[in-house]
Design a protein around this ligand. Structure first.
Ligand code: URA
Length: 283
């Protein structure tokens, strides 16, 4: 018979071990060839001779057979998180901007309603061949209810009007339609969260479907993500045509980004992008 010793601790990390746990530990020792368990210290104080062997407190031969190991059943998946709202089906028949605005109502579908003053639905030419999509209202837009009226908005106006006049195209800001992915101002102007984008995105998509522009210009990464469903950054996406359904989409930098003083290159690229869009739509 092989002899070994081990101290069997029936507490682990201050938690009592269950009989099954103890059985498993014993099985482990037995697999290692250890056949008996002695009280802690008994081996050290005992002389190392077979005759001085201490009495085992437990012999594996006395153990009842191990119950068969029950296979680990993976925990059930968490229940799907309750939808905050029932999404209205996309683009109902005969949809119109008026109907979409009515459906938005005094929206409480997501947390952004808590800090907003005004819902910023969109503005401009409702039959426009070009729609600009921004991220979400800032402080000025939240106060006025109109998109892109603050500093970023003034830059956007300059970009559209300036490029069009330089390129000899008969269009200006009032001839295009401008809206945002989310219609309520995110607190501290933070980026909209995925659930907010999903909820409000349905209204953006209905706006785009109702207007059916010849092209869409997505301003910044939130708009690009919402319209193209991609995680790719603006730097990668900009300058080339993409599609929303069968409508061509140009992604370019958000005007707020262009307002930062060190983004001269981005500014030049944004003007190039805009030139492409305006020529495509208005040539
Ligand atoms: N930034 C946006 O994305 N949208 C606005 O309406 C204003 C600033």
């Amino acid at each position: 018979m092989l002899f070994g010793c081990a101290s069997l601790c029936t507490r682990h990390n201050n938690k009592s071990m269950s009989p099954d746990d103890i059985r498993r530990v014993l099985q482990y020792y037995q697999d290692l060839g250890i056949k008996s368990i002695y009280r802690r210290g008994s081996q050290l104080t005992a002389p190392v001779s077979p005759s001085a062997e201490p009495e085992p407190i437990l012999s594996f031969d006395d153990l009842p057979p191990m119950p068969p190991r029950t296979p680990r059943v993976p925990p059930p998946p968490p229940p799907p998180s309750p939808k905050m709202i029932d999404l209205i089906p996309l683009a109902p028949e005969n949809d119109s901007l008026e109907r979409i605005r009515t459906d938005i109502g005094d929206c409480k579908r997501c947390r952004l309603c808590e800090g907003r003053n005004k819902i910023v639905f969109g503005s401009g030419n409702e039959q426009s061949s070009l729609v600009f999509v921004g991220e979400g209202p800032g402080a000025d837009e939240d106060a006025s209810g109109l998109p892109f009226v603050g500093r970023a908005g003034q830059l956007l106006t300059q970009m559209i009007d300036g490029t069009a006049s330089k390129e000899g195209l008969a269009i200006n800001r009032s001839g295009v339609y401008i809206c945002n992915v989310v219609k309520c101002r995110p607190p501290e102007n933070r980026a909209p969260q995925p659930d907010e984008m999903e909820i409000c995105g349905q209204f953006l998509f209905r706006q785009l479907s109702a207007i059916k522009p010849k092209a869409i210009c997505a301003l910044g990464s939130t708009a690009a993500k919402a319209v193209l469903g991609t995680k790719e950054g603006v730097t990668k996406l900009r300058g080339n045509w993409h599609k929303w359904g069968d409508i061509p989409v140009m992604v370019t930098y958000h005007p707020s980004y262009l307002l930062r003083p060190y983004n001269q290159n981005a500014k030049r690229e944004a003007w190039e992008d805009l030139k492409k869009v305006l020529h495509f739509v208005y040539d």
